[in-house]
Design a protein around this ligand. Structure first.
Ligand code: ZN
Length: 281
């Protein structure tokens, strides 16, 4: 199975994400490259018409959910306290409903705020809620062992053990770009890197300063995924952070050009889910 590159964006901050998405969309259209935008429901309540006109009619883009209001669905050592009961079910169902209402098309996937080491594995109540909402895939694995970074090059799994063999987990890989740049956790937890390191070439000595440095790190994960024969590789990008670092989106241009130069195809998460189902797992 050829490795594909999935550009994806956790779209969550008022104002800043929408502004950055305008530049991101320009880069995607210039390269004719698809993307998945995981969008927080509340952002769509406030800025839905802008997002709809920016992303809604372009066939390159999948719109998925980043929960309703970015509340945390499971305990996370670096995050705020998790919500439980009806509140966390609402984060799932209302997040999906808001995407569908604003964009007028089905929402197949969800990525929870912060994500986790093992995705939703071991939490059958939450997996039930996701499956009952009609979601087809979850992208909720984005950390290494002991909540370290970068996230490993892990392949898809199903939630069969939780009773939902048709629900897929599609992990994300590498750094969270906002952490790599020192924007998040600058004054918080610093215990993020494991020793021995899985990806020594992808651990800078401090927050990165340039889009070229970011691209050089991206390459490690892209090349690694190809070497491992993964079906896809997808980095963890946040529009607000990309825009704050370099509004010209040079990192995206370098990454898209590289992916194209080495002969990889691009895809969305929904494309990957279709491939999983078509392959019968
Ligand atoms: Zn988020």
């Amino acid at each position: 199975m050829q490795t594909r590159f999935i550009p994806a964006y956790d779209t969550e901050k008022a104002g800043d994400c929408l502004r950055a998405c305008r530049r991101i969309v320009e880069a995607h259209q210039r390269f004719n490259v698809p993307a998945t935008f995981f969008i927080v429901g509340k952002r769509l309540e406030d800025e839905g018409s802008e997002y709809r006109s920016l992303l809604g009619d372009c066939p390159l883009f999948e719109i998925a959910s980043h929960t309703y209001s970015h509340r945390i669905l499971r305990e996370h050592p670096w995050g705020p306290p998790a919500v439980g009961g009806a509140e966390r079910i609402r984060e799932v169902t209302l997040g999906k409903d808001t995407v569908e209402q604003v964009f007028g098309r089905p929402c197949f996937g969800i990525r929870p705020g912060y994500s986790f080491v093992d995705g939703l594995h071991g939490d059958p109540e939450l997996v039930d809620a996701v499956a009952s909402a009609g979601l087809r895939y979850v992208s909720s694995t984005a950390w290494g062992p002991d909540y370290s970074l970068p996230a490993p090059l892990a392949g898809p799994t199903t939630y069969e053990a939780e009773g939902h063999p048709d629900l897929w987990e599609l992990p994300a890989h590498g750094w969270h770009d906002n952490v790599l740049k020192g924007y998040t956790f600058a004054d918080g937890p610093r215990r993020l890197i494991l020793w021995p390191m899985s990806f020594p070439g992808a651990i800078p000595i401090g927050p990165i300063q340039t889009p070229d440095e970011e691209f050089a790190i991206n390459r490690q994960f892209i090349d690694g995924a190809v070497t491992l024969g993964l079906s896809y590789v997808s980095l963890i990008w946040h529009p607000w952070s990309l825009g704050r670092f370099d509004s010209s989106m040079r990192m995206l241009a370098l990454t898209f050009q590289y992916v194209r130069d080495i002969g990889m195809d691009f895809a969305t998460y929904a494309d990957e889910w279709s491939r999983r189902v078509g392959a019968g797992g």
